[in-house]
Design a protein around this ligand. Structure first.
Ligand code: PGA
Length: 253
């Protein structure tokens, strides 16, 4: 059975003092029965890793280079992340795709690099509003997912976490409805069934304006295994409430 997973994506927010306060508040009240992780900006990985040590909350990064080392100024390798105890690495976030021109191929190669070092990529995918409104959502999702199948061995593919993040729902306050999310999850599960021997083991998160009020409905979906949380992960009580919603949904399943 898949365990629920709630991942905070801090994006480019925080400083040493605020990180420390936020983690103090989180760790004093983290519910049991749900896996949880925090993806911090690169400079704070050592600090956040130290504060999380022994807590059961995993350390995550928000991006990584597809290359192992060398002349890639400004980039960070998987080995460097591993050196600081990082477990999860977000790849293919829509902000990387949009602001850094990352293609499906680059993202798939980043996922492969992460898996080669035994870390776990959280691979984001999702359609834009224009794509949804022009009826091409499924084609877009298949294109993004097919790039993974083309670049990862079946063994490696079996170890990823997926995060469905419709671009129009990210940071907009407009979360997808449970019906919209469930339709995509069923579609993705069918895709997984065509590519994997144990597709039921893959966790698929939902991300995009998840709030404490909407988390319960989303996490209660039979094919949803948790969430990737942006804005609400910066407020301890909101993130805790979202983790509690996941823990409750896990008990209900
Ligand atoms: P949001 O971000 O929760 O602020 O919409 C989600 C994400 O970008 O992963």
């Amino acid at each position: 059975m898949r365990r629920k997973l709630v991942v905070g994506n801090w994006k480019m927010n925080g400083d040493r003092a605020r990180n420390s306060t936020l983690l103090d508040q989180l760790l004093s009240a983290m519910p049991a029965g749900v896996d949880c992780a925090v993806c911090a900006p690169f400079p704070y990985l050592p600090q956040v890793g130290e504060l999380l040590a022994g807590s059961g909350v995993a350390l995550g990064a928000q991006d990584v280079s597809e290359f192992p080392d060398g002349a890639h100024t400004g980039d960070v390798s998987v080995a460097m992340l591993a050196d600081w105890g990082v477990h999860f690495v977000i790849v293919g976030h829509s902000e990387r795709r949009a602001f850094h021109g990352e293609s499906d191929g680059v993202i798939a190669r980043k996922a492969a690099a992460v898996l080669a070092k035994e870390l776990v990529p959280i691979v984001c995918f999702g359609e834009t509003l224009v794509e949804r409104e022009s009826g091409v959502t499924e084609q877009v999702l298949v294109r993004q997912l097919d790039a993974l199948a083309a670049n990862l061995s079946p063994d490696a593919l079996q170890r990823i976490v997926l995060a469905y993040e419709p671009v129009w729902a990210i940071g907009t306050g407009r979360a997808a409805t449970v019906e919209q999310v469930q339709a995509v999850l069923v579609f993705v599960r069918r895709w997984l069934a065509r590519h994997l021997s144990a597709p039921e083991r893959i966790r698929i998160l939902y991300g995009g304006s998840v709030k404490p009020e909407t988390a319960g409905g989303l996490f209660g979906l039979p094919d949803a295994d948790g969430g990737l949380i942006g804005g609400a992960s910066l407020v301890a009580e909101s993130f805790l409430e979202i983790c509690r919603a996941a823990a409750r949904a896990a008990q209900g399943n």
